[in-house]
Each structure stands twice: as structure tokens, then as C-alpha cells.
Design a binder for this molecule. Structure first.
Ligand code: FBP
Length: 245
């Protein structure tokens, strides 16, 4: 099921769903244009790009179908405060029709709305697997019950949860501790851990992180800002790829 986005068992995925999650605050004159980011994915042969449906309909669909698509099925803005709840805005059937090879779904373990996200995810997981699509769970522990979302035990719990819920890949944040990540990847069992990029940091620090997490057992990176906020995203991608592959 994952062959289409991780042909060599590992993957580098470009994330560009920030316009919904954060608003245009992450963008500049260049990368605010979806074509600019899709061009990076195409040129650098990313294993996949993660998009919300609007960008798929207006940009991806016409000129970029060679890039494998991970369709994000739920989302939220950061305007609503309190325990996070990400609701479904696209179906699995539609995602496949629009060319998705996998679907992405955010769960906030620990949120008071966790049960509703579990319910939606369960349906998504079943439908996606019936259609031979991969399932990527963005597992971001968050809410008033979660004191520290980067705490090792919480990350390990989220990883295990992804396995128990039937995800093929869990997208998780890294807390900067390779020893913790070794245990976290064990907890995820046959489900693979891909690490999220995070806010833009300096080049060397990011590359060191990529090296560290791959050594600790992660099987991929899903990166957004640290690539398309670079001056030269293409050159930077080459460096990331040389570490991963
Ligand atoms: P980055 O590499 O830019 O951190 O992107 C990863 C990602 O998971 C995006 O897919 C998503 O929009 C964003 O981070 C969510 O970040 P957060 O909820 O932590 O603000």
C-alpha cells in the first residue's frame, strides 16, 4: 500500500497544508503561490506532497499529477483556542478520484475532542485500506490534558496509538532526543514513524536532525517550512535526500 509513496521503504514528503493550519503567516511573495511549491516537489522528485483539497482542485489536478499525492482529509485553523478539534472536510472516495495515493488525517491525542477524531479516523482508515490507499496519521498530542507535547512518554503513547488505530505511517514531532525516538519507533511496531519538520531553523541544525532521526529508526521526513522557506529549496532538498537515501 505504501509502495507508491515510499518505493525504497523510506520517503521524503513535502507538506503544504499550512495555509489552513496557520494562515498565510508562513508564506512570502513566492511560496504563497502553490505553483511555486508544487514546482519544487516536481523538480526534486519528492516521494509525495501533502495538500488540502482546494489546492488539489485548483493547482495539482491540472499540471502536477506526476507527484504522488497525500490528500489531507481534515483540518482546522488556529483561530479557535482551547482543546483542538480537526474535522473532516474531504472523503476518501473524493481523494482517490482526485489522484491520492494516500490520505492524511490529524488526531490530537489528549484533546477533549479525541473521541470524535477517533471515530472519523476509523472510517477513513477502513475506506482507505479498502481502496488500497495508504493512511498517514498526523499524531499531535495536544490540549489541556497534555502538559508537554514533546514529552517522551506522550510521544511514545501517540506512536503506539497510531499502530493500534491502523495507520501505516505516523507523523510525529521530534523532541531532539535520539534515545527517546528509538523507543518511540519500537512502540509503533510495524507502523512507520515519519518526523515533521517544524518551524524553520538553520540549515545545519535541520540536516543534523534529519541524520539523527533516520539513525534512530524513523523511516521518513514530512517537511514544509524548512524547505519552501529556504532561499534555495532545490539545493537544500538535495542535501536532505542524500541523508535519507
Ligand atoms: P512543517 O514541516 O512546516 O512543520 O510542516 C509539518 C506540519 O505538520 C504541517 O503538515 C502542518 O500544517 C503543520 O506542521 C502543523 O503544525 P502545528 O500544528 O504544530 O502548528
Amino acid at each position: 500500500m505504501l509502495d507508491q509513496i515510499s518505493p525504497r521503504g523510506k520517503a521524503l514528503i513535502l507538506a503544504y497544508d499550512h495555509g489552513m493550519e496557520h494562515g498565510p503567516v508562513d508564506f512570502n511573495d513566492k511560496n504563497v503561490d502553490p505553483n511555486n511549491v508544487l514546482d519544487i516537489a516536481l523538480k526534486c522528485k519528492y516521494n509525495a506532497i501533502a495538500l488540502q483539497k482546494g489546492i488539489v482542485l485548483k493547482y495539482y489536478k491540472d499540471n502536477y499529477k506526476n507527484i504522488p499525492l497525500v490528500m489531507k482529509l481534515n483540518g482546522k485553523t488556529n483561530l479557535v483556542k482551547g482543546d483542538p478539534y480537526s474535522t473532516q472536510i474531504c472523503t476518501v472516495k473524493r481523494a482517490q478520484k482526485l489522484g491520492a495515493k494516500a490520505v492524511g488525517f490529524t488526531i490530537y491525542p489528549g484533546s477533549e475532542h479525541e473521541a470524535k477524531m477517533f471515530k472519523m479516523f476509523s472510517k477513513v482508515e477502513r475506506e482507505a485500506h479498502e481502496r488500497n490507499l495508504g493512511v498517514i496519521a498526523w499524531m499531535y498530542p495536544r490540549g489541556k490534558n497534555v502538559k508537554d507535547e514533546l514529552e517522551s512518554e506522550i510521544l511514545a503513547y501517540s506512536a503506539r496509538l497510531g499502530l493500534e488505530m491502523g495507520a501505516d505511517i505516523i507523523k510525529l514531532k521530534y523532541n531532539g532526543k535520539p534515545e527517546d525516538l528509538k523507543w518511540i519507533t519500537k512502540c509503533a511496531g510495524k507502523t512507520k514513524i515519519y518526523i515533521a519538520g517544524g518551524m524553520k531553523t538553520n540549515e545545519a541544525a535541520f540536516l543534523k536532525q534529519v541524520e539523527e532521526v533516520m539513525e534512530a529508526g524513523a523511516k521518513g521526513i514530512v517537511v514544509g517550512r524548512n524547505v519552501w522557506q529556504q532561499k534555495d529549496p532545490v539545493e537544500f532538498t538535495k542535501k536532505i535526500k542524500s541523508i535519507i537515501f
